[in-house]
Design a binder for this molecule. Structure first.
Ligand code: MSP
Length: 656
C-alpha cells in the first residue's frame, strides 16, 4: 500500500485579502505534496478558510449582507488564487460548512459530557479586534491612559460575564512531557524552545465560548443556546473534521495524525497549547511535526495595509507567472526564518537561477543536439572518468534535494537543484561539444550531449514540485509526458532516438521590472512629481499629510506653464522610475526634462504627446541627469495619467 501523507496549512481568515504570507505557506505545502505524489505516496493536502467571528460579522454588516453571503463571496479570492498558483490541495475546508460544524458540536458535547468543560464567571480585558481576553498584565497602557490590546493596539473593554471553559490546564504536564519526548514535534528548534519557555508558566483553562448576544456569528454550543464557540476552538478542529473525525472512523484512522501542520510563527501557541491539549482531551495524538515558518517583510518593511505594501500574489502571478513566484518564494529564505521580499531581489534570483542556470542549460543541450545530431536523443556511449564524476555529483545532489524537501528546507532543495544544473553547465563548458563537433568526434559528441540532456531531465523532474509548469514543459521537450522519479539519480533515463523540441527559451532573461510591478512599487514609494526624483520617505509623508495653504493669483502667476511636445524619450540610466525626455518648448533647442513616469509609460508611448510643462523651475540634478523643468501629471501617489492638451497647440504656447 502506498505510504500515507497528510499535510495542512492554517485556515486563512476569509475577511483578509490573500497576501504573500498566505501564498507562501500554501506553496510550501504544495511543493512537498507534489514531491510525495511523484514518489507515489497517497497524499492528502488540506487548506481552507476560517469564516466565523466578530470581524467577519461586522464586515458583512458594513456591506449590508448576511454573514454567510459575505463569506461565500470572499472565499472565492482564495479559491481563485490557489488555482492561479497551481496549488493541488486535495480538500478545501470552510468552517461554515455543515460537515465541519457537525464535528465541532459533537466534540463540544463529548467534552462537556466528560466534564472537560465547565461554566465560570470571568472578568478580563476583552479585545474585540482579537476576540480574546487579556489580563491586567497583558494590556498596554496608551499615552492617554487607555488600556490597549497588545496585539492590535486597539482599546480593550473590561467585561465580566459567564462563559464556558475547557480544562486546558489539566493537560499541561502531558503537554510538557510530549514536547520533551518528541524533539521533532515543533520545528524549527527556536520555536520549540519558545514553547518550552511558555510551558514553564501555568497555562490555565481556555475560555471557549462567547455570548451570542455579543457575537452571533459562530457555531452554537449544543447544550446552551445563549453561546457560540470561540473562533480558535472552532477553526483548529478543521484539521480533523476534514478527514472524517466522528463521521467516518476508517477514513479518519487512515489520515490522522498528520505528518505536517504548517503555520506561521505567530500562531504557535494556538497550535501547540490549545490544539495539543484539545487533542489530548479527545484521546488523539498530535501531528508528527508542526512547522512554524518565519514572516516576510516587503522591501525592508513590515507588510501592512497602512504602509500600503501588502503584496497581492495575483499581481505577482500576472507579472512573473506562477512558476517563478513559487520558485522565488521557496528559494529566498529558510522556511523557519524571517526574510525580505523585494522585486529587485525577485528579478536577481530569477535571472541568476532560472534564466542563467536552468534555462541556459536546457537551451544549450537542446539546441546543440538539434543542430549537430539531428534533434534526437543520442546514444550514451562509454563513460569516461569525468562522466562518472558527473553522475556521482548528480546522484549526491538528488539525495540532498530529497533530504531537504522532506525536512521542508526548501531553500536547500533549491540549492541542490541548482547543483545539478551547474554541474551540467560546467560539464558542457569543460567537454566543449562545439570542438568535438568541429573535429568530427561524433561518438563522443553524442555521449556528451546525451549526458547534458540527462541532466536536463533530472533538473526538470526536480523542478516539478517547485515550478510544475516549466518542469513539465522541459520534460515534454524531451518526449516525457509522464514524470517519474525512476532513474532520477542516474544519467540514463531518456529513450534513444526520441525526437527533441528546442522551443522558446524556458526562462527568458528579465531585463526590466514588469510594468505592473514598477507601478505598484511607485505607489508604495510615492513620488508622483513628474519632474523630480523620489522624495525621501519623510518628505513624502509630509507632502501627503499637509493640506496646501490657499494662494493668491500672484502666487500662481509665478509659475510659468507652457505647452510642450515630447520629441524623444529614453530610460534614465540609473533610475527605473524615470524617463529622460527631450521636450520642444518652442525654444532654440528642446529642453531635457527628467520625469518620474516610467512606471506607467514606456519611452515610445510618450513621444509626440502635447504636454503641460512647468517652464521656469530651477534646473535640478536627478540621479546624475539634469532636468530643466517638470511635466504635470495626475495621481496622488502613482502616475495615473499625463496632463496633455486636447488641441495640438504650438510648442511654447503659454498656459494660464
Ligand atoms: N485563521 C487563523 C488560523 C487558524 S488555523 C486553524 C489565522 N489566519 S491568518 O489569515 O491571519 O494567518 C494565516 C497565516 O498567514 C499564518 O500562518 C500567518 O503566520 C501567516 N502570515 C501572515 N502574515 C505573514 C507574513 N508577513 N509572512 C509570512 N506569513 C504570514 O491566523
Amino acid at each position: 500500500m502506498a505510504e500515507n501523507f497528510y499535510i495542512t496549512t492554517p485556515l486563512y481568515y476569509v475577511n483578509d485579502a490573500p497576501h504573500i504570507g498566505h501564498a507562501y505557506t500554501t506553496v510550501a505545502a504544495d511543493v512537498i505534496s507534489r514531491y510525495r505524489r511523484l514518489k507515489g505516496h497517497d497524499v492528502h493536502f488540506l487548506t481552507g478558510t476560517d469564516e466565523h467571528g466578530q470581524k467577519v460579522f461586522r464586515a458583512a454588516e458594513k456591506r449590508g449582507m448576511g454573514a454567510q453571503e459575505h463569506v461565500d463571496d470572499l472565499v472565492q479570492r482564495f479559491v481563485a488564487l490557489w488555482g492561479r498558483l497551481d496549488i493541488t490541495h486535495d480538500d478545501f475546508i470552510r468552517t461554515t460548512e455543515p460537515r465541519h460544524k457537525r464535528v465541532v458540536q459533537t466534540v463540544l458535547q463529548r467534552l462537556y459530557d466528560r466534564g472537560e468543560i465547565h461554566k465560570e464567571s470571568y472578568a478580563g480585558w476583552y479585545s474585540t479586534s482579537e476576540e480574546r481576553y487579556w489580563t491586567d498584565k497583558d494590556v498596554v497602557v496608551g499615552p492617554d491612559g487607555t488600556k490597549l490590546c497588545p496585539t492590535s493596539g486597539l482599546p480593550v473593554e473590561w467585561i465580566e460575564e459567564e462563559n464556558y471553559f475547557f480544562k486546558m490546564g489539566a493537560y499541561a504536564d502531558r503537554l510538557r512531557a510530549w514536547v520533551q519526548e518528541h524533539p521533532d514535534w515543533i520545528r524549527p528548534e527556536a520555536r520549540r524552545n519558545e514553547l518550552l519557555g511558555a510551558l514553564k508558566k501555568d497555562i490555565g483553562d481556555l475560555c471557549i465560548t462567547r455570548p451570542k448576544s455579543r457575537l452571533p456569528w459562530g457555531i452554537p454550543i449544543p447544550w446552551d443556546d445563549d453561546y457560540v464557540t470561540y473562533v480558535w476552538f472552532d477553526a483548529l478542529l478543521n484539521y480533523i473534521s476534514a478527514v472524517g473525525f466522528t463521521a467516518d472512523d476508517e477514513a479518519f484512522a487512515h489520515r490522522w495524525p498528520a505528518n505536517f501542520q504548517l503555520l506561521g510563527k505567530d500562531i504557535l501557541t494556538t497550535h501547540t497549547i490549545y490544539w495539543g491539549t484539545m487533542l489530548f482531551a479527545l484521546g488523539l495524538t498530535p501531528a508528527d511535526c508542526l512547522y512554524a515558518h518565519g514572516w516576510w517583510t516587503v522591501e525592508g518593511r513590515k507588510m501592512s495595509k497602512s504602509v500600503g505594501n501588502v503584496v497581492d500574489p495575483n499581481l505577482l502571478v500576472d507579472a512573473y507567472g506562477s512558476d517563478s513566484v513559487r520558485y522565488v518564494l521557496m528559494a529566498e529564505k529558510a522556511f523557519g526564518a524571517d526574510g525580505d521580499f523585494s522585486h529587485k531581489g525577485f528579478q536577481l534570483r530569477y535571472n541568476a537561477d532560472l534564466a542563467n542556470k536552468i534555462g541556459n542549460l536546457a537551451n544549450r543541450a537542446l539546441t546543440m543536439t538539434t543542430n549537430w545530431l539531428g534533434g534526437v536523443v543520442p546514444e550514451l556511449g562509454p563513460a569516461t572518468e569525468q562522466d562518472q564524476a558527473l553522475a556521482a555529483e548528480v546522484a549526491s545532489a538528488v539525495a540532498e534535494y530529497d533530504k531537504a524537501v522532506e525536512a521542508l528546507q526548501y531553500h536547500e532543495a533549491v540549492e541542490a537543484l541548482l547543483r545539478v544544473a551547474v554541474a551540467g553547465n560546467e560539464y558542457i563548458q569543460v567537454q566543449e561539444p562545439w570542438a568535438l563537433n568541429k573535429d568530427g568526434q561524433t561518438e563522443r559528441l553524442a555521449g556528451v550531449l546525451r549526458r547534458s540532456l540527462e541532466i536536463c531531465r533530472v533538473t526538470a523532474t526536480l523542478l516539478l514540485p517547485l515550478c510544475p509548469g516549466k518542469g513539465a514543459d522541459l520534460l515534454t521537450r524531451m518526449g516525457i509526458t509522464t514524470a517519474t522519479l525512476e532513474s532520477i539519480d542516474s544519467l540514463d533515463g531518456l529513450t534513444v532516438g526520441q525526437a527533441l523540441t528546442v522551443g522558446e527559451p524556458l526562462f527568458p532573461r528579465m531585463k526590466d521590472l514588469p510594468a505592473a510591478i514598477a507601478e505598484a512599487l511607485a505607489q508604495v514609494e510615492g513620488g508622483t512629481k513628474t519632474g523630480g526624483d523620489a522624495p525621501s520617505k519623510n518628505k513624502k509623508k509630509s507632502r501627503k499629510a499637509e493640506p496646501k495653504q490657499p494662494i493668491t493669483v500672484d502666487d500662481f502667476g509665478k509659475v510659468e506653464l507652457k505647452a510642450g511636445r515630447i520629441v524623444s524619450a529614453a530610460p534614465h540610466p540609473d533610475a527605473e522610475r524615470l524617463l529622460v525626455l527631450q521636450v520642444d518648448l518652442g525654444e532654440a533647442s528642446p529642453r531635457q526634462i527628467v520625469a518620474g513616469i516610467a512606471s506607467r509609460y514606456g519611452s515610445e508611448a510618450v513621444v509626440g504627446q502635447s504636454v503641460i510643462v512647468v517652464a521656469n523651475l530651477l534646473p535640478a540634478d536627478l540621479r546624475g541627469v539634469e532636468s530643466q523643468g517638470m511635466l504635470l501629471a495626475a495621481g496622488a501617489k502613482a502616475v495615473l495619467g499625463l496632463a496633455t492638451l486636447s488641441e495640438d497647440v504650438p510648442p511654447g504656447t503659454v498656459i494660464r
